[in-house]
Design a protein around this ligand. Structure first.
Ligand code: SF4
Ligand code: SF4
Ligand code: SF4
Ligand code: FES
Length: 946
């Protein structure tokens, strides 16, 4: 398989619809107005030599290599900075130009080490290419004069080096950091000969503002900024386009390989979600695939206090099947169930739910989406008729006002955040609704117009107050409502939000936000042009998660912000395939495509194809499985790619439930926390080892392509098939493509999806069917999926989790950029240098009251449990609010979270826990014990333990 080569057009594409014709080197070419001569030349098949230009950033015009001559114009303008004009006649290869270019290259080369043969970029260096392209054969200036050849390398970043001796000061890196990433970590310091690239104030990269996205590395034309893996391994020889397995942005990458070894991951330019950009996780944090702690052989034990014993796949599968059959015979058909993973592919998830419904004969199937975005499914289905976000990411480029509520995109959805920041730098306005001062509130060249720093748990109240302002101040989009919405539902809702208890003046004191700020934000959103709402788990993981999602949908409808680019309701999905796992029928009450299991017609189509009668009764949700386990009626669980012990709330309850089961089967890459209570461990495969698809937050179905054989010997989908077969439920497929064909057959919104289509067009957003053969970027364009938009009543009901004298602070949780969820993957990469432990953010006022200083150990107590971690004293959180992440098992933030959950979906209320904070001497006894236990577990598995 050859290296997938991408063309560099030199300058970004022009969005103009006006066409301009010109002649370049005798060739007629027509391009959009605003196109550079350099890009127009590429369209005519002519490559003008260049160094400082690349098509991911605006042209700068500094290297003077791309000069051209234009008939009737004096001088030799730079083709990268000169736009085309109608009738222009351009020459790119005159004798004069050749001489000038040779002179320019001579100067560059005279200050550049001539170690091409041993340079890591040999064969992938634009400076080398350009020396050849301009025909440079000798350099008249020696190295005797002043040069930069002795400058020291900066190797502080774990993933790339900076070798200033090789820098040509083209500033592509600086512009990439500003324009593509939006971090502004790099500058050119000094002038003339003294000018050089600097990270921050002449710091090393590791100490600077750099977030290691790698955009500068990708933009660098020389070996100055270079991936360490390339330096160590050599240049790649072939590449495969696949999709990142971390967050719901769904970035496409070229996995660049040498044999079966990944050399580097390069974000794909034609990736429709990421357009050539990435974050530190997708680009660099893939080393966990080869981590020594990875479990590669199936393991079994009779009891959970026994050591693991490595066994063959046949023995492990046989044990799973015999145990599950025994449990069903003894305790009934509904005594076992399964949990699908949002980290696995659509095809794998589909097969697990098929195994449960068809093979286990019940609907006891749930997914980790239960604990994150299940309220999105419920709320958007009730209002719009489709359980998914309404837009594509490109839509943000046309937004004028953006609400970000309960989301922290710069950390959790970084590539989308970069695109949003770009739009904000162009002038779009921002409203942040979040208890914490997230980075977007103020970041280089971006400042939110409003930050509503509400008390955790008051989203619904604030959203109602925004709607109250819009309705009572006459800012409603009446034409949209008349044409597109259910009028009686609207009238009912308008009367409800107009009630005095929903006014900003009534809500402000409850939510801790000034009424004027609420009114200001509402007016801006209703009158500022295209309004788009982006939200995350800070909305859904509440006892009123579904209420808040519906309130967001109401807000979009009342302002007419649905059905076109630049607007919409956009859930920022956490995991790579959380959208897909829901789409595939992972919920106990729904088949793929969100059709209820009690629908006889739908059930009949599945029964016919699967050859089994199917249960019409919805099965157990995760939380009900735990309760039933403690009651003694639920005995066996197959968990694929999900660490429920660490990620589900009220850890003690989960432990008790798992310990009460007789057969827990865990399939994962590493011995996760749940596996401490497992009887069978089935090793999983990484995304690099599998074929399939992920569906991102835009409903975009992206191909995942295998770049190496599964190190554990079996792809995850093959394991599920084997369990089915051993239980007497034969599922037969030769390749995941055939699974997708079955999904398409059974699921109307996927009817047009096939691997052939995806290979042809790259990716598609569902619905993809006869009516939309290449997918649907913007939903509800003409009419809502349910017909008329449905305004839902969203009464604010305070959570039962109340602060009081014992627990006076509110804890809320979130993620940071470099770690991912429970950290199973990212903790096993060099990303650990940025986040060694979870810390507790606490306001200076609350810290002082408790005698807590920055860096002190503190004990965090709630009604359900306690843990110990270090404090970070910061005013990012408001007084009365504390915040932590949940990436490290030894912190176990979920020990303190409660059993409260969303009224509609049981999504846990992770974001609101009443707590107390007190100084502590260090980790608690159970944390020390836990550390020992984890080490013992690894030793038992034969894994090396540090
Ligand atoms: S890695 Fe990203 S954030 Fe860091 S300097 Fe380069 S472009 Fe900027
Ligand atoms: S580090 Fe690379 S991209 Fe940046 S100025 Fe130097 S040569 Fe250009
Ligand atoms: S933004 Fe998300 S999908 Fe993209 S590279 Fe980062 S983690 Fe992967
Ligand atoms: S490429 Fe045009 S001036 Fe450098």
């Amino acid at each position: 398989m050859p290296l997938v080569l991408e063309t560099d057009y030199g300058t970004p594409a022009s969005a103009s619809t006006e066409a301009v014709g010109l002649t370049i080197d005798g060739t007629r070419v027509t391009v959009p107005a605003g196109t550079s001569i350099m890009r127009a030349a590429m369209a005519a098949g002519i490559q003008v030599p260049k160094l400082c230009a690349t098509d991911s950033v605006d042209a700068f015009g500094s290297c003077r290599l791309c000069l051209v001559e234009i008939a009737g114009r004096a001088g030799t303008p730079a083709s990268c900075t000169t736009p085309v004009a109608a009738g222009m006649v351009v020459s790119t290869q005159t004798e004069r130009l050749k001489q000038v270019r040779k002179g320019v290259m001579e100067l560059y080369i005279s200050d550049h080490p001539l170690d091409c043969l041993t340079c890591a970029a040999n064969g992938d260096c634009e400076l080398q290419d350009m020396a050849g392209a301009v025909g440079l054969r000798e350099v008249r200036y020696g190295y005797a004069g002043e040069n930069h050849l002795a400058e020291a390398k900066d190797e502080s970043n774990p993933y790339f080096t900076f070798d200033p001796a090789k820098c040509i000061v083209c500033s592509r890196c600086v512009r990439a950091c500003e324009e593509v990433q939006g971090t502004f970590a790099l500058t050119i310091q000094g002038r003339g000969f003294e000018s050089k690239v600097s990270a921050g104030m002449a710091e090393r990269f590791i100490e600077s503002e750099c977030v290691s996205c790698g955009a500068c590395v990708q933009a660098c034309p020389t070996a100055t900024l270079m991936e360490k893996t390339v330096i160590e391994t050599g240049l790649p020889e072939h590449s495969v386009v696949t999709t990142c397995a971390y967050c719901g942005v769904g970035c496409n990458f070229k996995a660049e390989m040498r044999g079966e070894e990944v050399v580097r991951m390069v974000p794909a330019k034609d990736g429709k979600a990421n357009h050539g950009h990435s974050c530190v996780k997708g680009r660099f944090a893939w080393g966990y695939a080869n981590h020594r702690e990875r479990i590669l052989k199936p393991m079994m034990r009779e009891r959970i206090d026994q050591p693991w014993r490595e066994v063959s796949w046949d023995e492990a599968i046989g044990r799973v099947a015999s145990e599950f059959k025994r449990l069903q015979q003894t305790h009934g058909v509904r005594s076992i169930g399964g949990i699908t993973s949002s980290r696995c592919t659509n095809e794998e998830t589909y097969l697990v739910q098929k195994l449960v419904r068809g093979g286990f004969g019940n609907n006891n199937i749930d997914t980790c989406a239960r604990v994150c975005h299940s309220p999105t499914g419920y709320g958007l289905k009730a209002t719009f008729g489709a359980s998914a976000g309404t837009q594509d990411f490109d839509s943000v480029e046309q937004a004028d006002v953006v609400i970000v509520i309960g989301a922290n995109p710069t950390d959790a959805h970084p590539v989308f955040a970069s695109r949003l920041k770009k739009r904000l730098r162009q002038g779009a306005r921002l409203i942040v609704i979040d208890p914490r001062r997230i980075d977007l509130v103020r970041t280089p060249h971006v400042e939110a117009a409003h930050h509503l720093a509400l008390r955790p748990g008051t989203n619904a109240a604030i959203l109602n107050a925004l709607a109250h302002t819009i309705v009572t101040e006459g800012l409603v989009n009446e034409a949209f409502i008349r044409e597109r919405c259910d009028l009686s539902a609207f009238a009912h809702w308008a009367a409800f939000v107009s009630e005095p208890q929903n006014s900003p003046e009534a809500v402000g004191p409850v939510a801790g936000v000034s009424p004027d700020e609420i009114r200001g934000a509402a007016r801006l959103f209703a009158t500022g042009g295209n309004g788009a709402i982006y939200y995350g788990l800070g909305v859904t993981e509440h006892s009123q998660g579904s209420t808040a999602v519906m309130a967001i949908a109401n807000l979009a409808m009342v302002t007419g912000n649905i059905g076109r680019p630049g607007v919409g309701v956009n859930p920022l999905r956490g995991q790579n395939n959380v959208q897909g796992s829901c789409d595939m029928g992972s919920f106990p009450h729904e088949f793929s495509g969100y059709r209820h299991v009690s629908d006889d017609g739908v059930r009949a189509t599945f029964e016919e194809l699967w050859g089994r009668p199917l249960d019409a009764e919805p099965g157990l949700r995760i939380v009900n499985m735990f309760d039933a386990a403690l009651d003694g009626s639920f005995k066996g669980l197959y968990v694929q790619g999900e660490d429920i012990l660490q990620s589900d709330p009220n850890t003690h309850h989960v432990v008790a439930a798992l310990a009460a089961m007789e057969c827990v089967v865990v399939q994962d890459l590493f011995l996760n926390e749940t596996s401490s209570y497992a009887h069978v461990f089935l090793p999983g495969a990484t995304f690099l080892e599998k074929d399939g698809t992920f569906t991102n937050a835009e409903r975009r179905i992206n191909r995942v392509r295998r770049v190496m054989a599964p190190r554990n010997g079996m792809a995850d989908w093959e394991v599920t098939l084997a369990i089915g077969k051993a239980m007497g439920f034969e599922m037969s497929y030769g390749h995941p493509a055939e699974v997708m064909d079955e999904i398409a057959r059974l699921t109307p919104s996927f009817a047009g999806v096939s691997y052939d289509l995806l290979d042809r067009v790259g990716s598609v957003q569902w619905p993809c069917n006869a009516a939309a053969p290449v997918g649907t970027p913007v939903m509800h364009a003409e009419a809502f999926q349910r017909g008329k938009g449905n305004f839902m009543i969203t009464e604010y009901v305070p959570t039962d989790e109340k602060v009081g004298p014992r627990f006076p602070l509110l804890l809320t949780t979130g993620r940071i950029l470099t770690q991912y969820n429970v950290g199973a993957q990212t903790r096993r990469t060099a990303n650990i240098v940025w986040h060694e432990e979870d810390v507790l953010e606490i306001h200076p006022h609350d810290a002082e009251e408790r005698g807590v200083r920055d860096g002190d150990w503190v004990r965090l107590d709630s009604r359900t449990g306690a843990t110990t971690l270090r404090a970070r004293v910061t005013d990012r959180v408001a007084p009365g609010v504390v915040y932590t992440t949940f990436h490290h098992p030894v912190t176990q933030a979920n020990v303190v979270t409660t059993d409260y959950s969303d009224w509609a979906t049981n999504c846990p209320e992770y974001k609101v826990t009443a707590v107390q904070v007190a100084p502590s001497n260090g980790p608690s006894d159970w944390q020390r014990e836990y550390g020992e236990h984890a080490r013992r577990n690894l030793r038992i598995a034969g894994a090396p333990v540090e």
